[in-house]
Design a protein around this ligand. Structure first.
Ligand code: DON
Length: 430
């Protein structure tokens, strides 16, 4: 069979190719000289499979796409409180290089605008690092997200520093509010180096897939940052990643995203996919014109908007049936998929509505691939109440999806590997 996804990606690249609106970033010669015709799109699935079409192996500077990843590193290295004390999480509704500081504290509104990102750079790594060590921490961290060692474009970096007057002004403002505690020039230099790291569209898709894969790089298997950090980063990308276009993006595309002035754009859809596009011509917000079009198309064609959640809850109870007859009859609730709160509520309702006449009740988790903490607690509470109602409750759990299932307080479950074992005592009792 011909691969389906590359054909689809080729088709959508073809559809946006003729759009030559916008201009490459013009504030430094190196970016202004970018080939405006470059165009690429890549998908990285959370199991490491990559699909890409177009210029996906051409290197360009990561620019502002480094911001969410460095934010992740700072949160992981310093903890939430010290970072949140210095950088907020509110959308600014302003351009990326606006001096958006809270009026009373001087705290940048969020880590995606330059004021926030410059501050975040100073918070990456341990407190006692010097500027060179901090840059190395950042490059090492960005490389871990990509799954390969990344390098820096020294020419872009030098040129950016020559034109960094606005970022220097922002940094001096931050220093005057004690948000920055180090030499503002050294921090801007480090931040500029961070922005000058070279990536390909393929790398960016893998970096996004690491966020989509709860912080684990799909290729290396490395947990780059902890899960709570990923949740924080994706939330801020969703609300602030596209600057003053963030609201339009959230409603029309609905994928946590980040753009960069070299023409890169990433999106991370939790549990599913990392997406990256590359096309250097930018719109008035500093976002890639064809990149935005590609994401709009991908989101609507593939139903990738995060608010478009499939109705998994109703499918959690696969069947509710009786096996055997007479006193040995088993009431079997066969469950499936991933169970969250809404799915657990369905199980409770099914058990209550059924009010089983059979003494033995089986909760069959063989087809369940994940169960979150609240759902696990609800499931055990169902087991406890069934026990109190006089039932013998079996948990078919060959993969130990629910480790140490203790319903507590008068409840009891008997763990077995398959439904047949529930018919033949004695059993292992949890
Ligand atoms: O801070 C700057 O000016 C750049 N080096 C990065 C800005 C950027 O990528 C904005 N995003 N669209």
């Amino acid at each position: 069979m011909q691969p389906v996804i590359p054909d689809y990606l080729t088709e959508i690249l073809g559809d946006v190719k003729s759009d030559t609106s916008g201009e490459p970033a013009g504030y430094i010669p190196e970016l202004a000289a970018a080939d405006p015709e470059r165009l690429g799109v890549a998908f990285a699935m959370v199991d490491g499979q990559v699909y890409g079409v177009g210029d996906i192996d051409v290197e360009f500077t990561i620019q502002s796409i480094s911001k969410p990843f460095t934010y992740a590193l700072a949160l992981a290295d310093r903890g939430f409180d010290p970072v949140l004390a210095k950088v907020g999480v509110e959308p600014s509704g302003e351009a990326f290089n606006e001096i958006s500081l809270e009026s009373n504290t001087g705290r940048p509104l969020n880590p995606m605008i330059n004021a926030g990102a410059i501050t975040v750079h100073s918070l990456a790594g341990a407190e006692d690092l010097n500027s060179t060590e901090r840059v190395e921490r950042v490059v090492h961290g960005l490389s871990a997200f990509a799954g390969r060692r990344l390098t820096m474009d020294e020419a872009v970096c030098a040129s950016e520093m020559e034109h960094a007057h606005r970022n220097l002004a922002i940094a001096h403002m931050l220093r005057s509010h004690n948000i920055l505690t180090e030499d503002p020039r050294a921090v801007v230099d480090g931040y500029t180096r961070q922005c000058s790291v070279l990536v390909t569209t393929r790398d960016l898709a893998m970096m996004a897939a690491t966020l989509a894969n709860h912080g684990v790089n799909p290729l290396s298997g490395e947990q780059v940052v902890p899960e709570p950090v990923v949740r924080q980063v994706l939330s801020v990308m969703f609300s602030c990643g596209m600057y003053d276009a963030a609201g339009d993006w959230a409603t029309q595309v609905g994928i946590p995203a980040k753009s960069g002035v070299a023409g890169g754009l990433i999106g991370a859809l939790p549990g599913q996919i990392g997406i990256a596009t590359f096309s250097p011509r930018l719109d008035s917000h500093g976002n890639s014109v064809r990149g935005v079009s590609l994401f709009e198309r991908l989101s609507s064609d593939m139903g990738l908007h995060v608010m478009e959640v499939p109705a998994t809850a109703s499918a959690v109870v696969r069947s509710n049936h009786v096996v055997g007859s007479g006193p040995n009859a088993l009431r079997v609730f066969q469950l499936q998929g991933g169970i969250g709160f809404a799915g657990a509520e369905r199980i409770v309702r099914e058990a209550v509505d059924t009010s089983p006449a059979e003494v033995r009740v089986v909760l069959d988790l063989t087809r369940v691939h994940s169960i979150d903490d609240v759902a696990r607690r609800v499931l055990l509470e169902v087991a406890r109440r069934l026990t109190l109602d006089g039932h013998e409750v079996y948990l078919v759990d060959p993969e130990s999806i629910v480790p140490n299932p203790d319903p507590g307080d008068g409840g009891r479950v008997i763990v077995v590997d398959n439904v047949d074992q529930a018919m033949i005592p004695p059993h292992r009792v949890a």
